[in-house]
Design a protein around this ligand. Structure first.
Ligand code: SF4
Ligand code: SF4
Ligand code: SF4
Length: 274
């Protein structure tokens, strides 16, 4: 092999062999023979804006360095790290035009999931669901995902936080390839690390309500099911400020819903890097 690649004839033979192999594959699975595109795929962290209630949008913003000879960009997402070998199993988010170097990936719907152990069989979610997707089976709420339109109403009405938006806490990995002439993907996959969504207290908006925080007051709703919310009780600059203990938080989203229910916007959704 060493002798072969060291000779011009050998290199030519390898090139012909590679092209022959590539021509036998479907176009979408042509291996890395395209553009020498390799970029750092940046993912914005921090608060995601533009959402009010459980079912509204949370976003990831991705940025890369565009190249002149790209015809478009193929952007993918996966719950697992994306690399050259599993690229085709990752979900394509979008086909981005050549001139662009950023994209906002928006989630406009929830992925409801029931904590069976927490459900108290009240049936409020069954009543609230306009799609007839919720039912009580053996006294526990069950979602028929074939009917669910992911509106988030059940998440909002549940009095004991038994329904969560399961997008939160999940791992999200992203990757990009520039597509050249003939839809040939760039040689290598440029991949991001692991990101996820979580709820946060956005301090500038916090009412610093301390023990009068609507999330903590039992008279205002179910509150945090795992007592992950606490406030600074010592006098000082952050006195009364609400905090989330992420070692305890189970991403149920009730603090977000309850804070807005009472007209404050302190709890937001944020993107964090792992
Ligand atoms: S998210 Fe909406 S459609 Fe889906 S089960 Fe809940 S209330 Fe029904
Ligand atoms: S609203 Fe909550 S507690 Fe009531 S049945 Fe539905 S999941 Fe269970
Ligand atoms: S702090 Fe976490 S567990 Fe507590 S209500 Fe908020 S999202 Fe739910």
């Amino acid at each position: 092999m060493k002798t072969l690649v060291n000779s011009k004839a050998g290199l030519f033979a390898i090139l012909v062999l590679t092209l022959l192999l590539a021509s036998c594959l479907p176009e979408s699975q042509v291996p890395g023979i395209g553009l020498a595109f390799n970029t750092e795929l940046l993912v914005d962290t921090g608060a995601t804006y533009g959402e009010m209630m459980a079912g509204e949008s949370s976003t990831f913003t991705l940025t890369w360095t565009a190249v002149d000879d790209a015809e478009w960009y193929d952007i993918r997402i996966s719950p697992n790290p994306i690399n050259d070998s599993n690229w085709y199993t990752a979900l394509r988010i979008d086909s981005v035009p050549a001139g662009d170097s950023t994209i906002m990936v928006a989630y406009v719907q929830v992925q409801p999931e029931v904590f069976e152990n927490t459900c108290i069989s009240c049936g409020l979610c069954v009543e609230a669901c306009t799609q007839d997707a919720m039912s009580l089976i053996d006294g526990k709420a069950v979602i028929d995902l074939s009917k669910c339109t992911a509106c988030g109403e059940c998440v909002i009405v549940c009095p004991v936080n038994a329904i969560t938006d399961s997008r939160f806490g999940q791992a999200y990995y992203f990757a990009i390839r520039a597509m050249g002439s003939g839809n040939t993907p760039s040689e290598v996959v440029s991949a991001s690390g692991n990101y996820r969504l979580q709820y946060m207290n956005y301090e500038p908006y916090c009412g610093r309500c301390a023990d009068q925080c609507f999330i903590l007051l039992e008279s205002c709703g179910p509150g945090c099911p795992v007592d992950a919310i606490w406030y600074t009780s010592t006098p000082g600059a952050d006195s009364g400020l609400i905090h989330i203990d992420y070692d305890l938080c189970i991403d149920c989203g009730q603090c977000f819903i309850q804070c807005r229910e009472y007209g404050l916007w302190s709890i937001m959704k944020e993107v964090v890097a792992e």
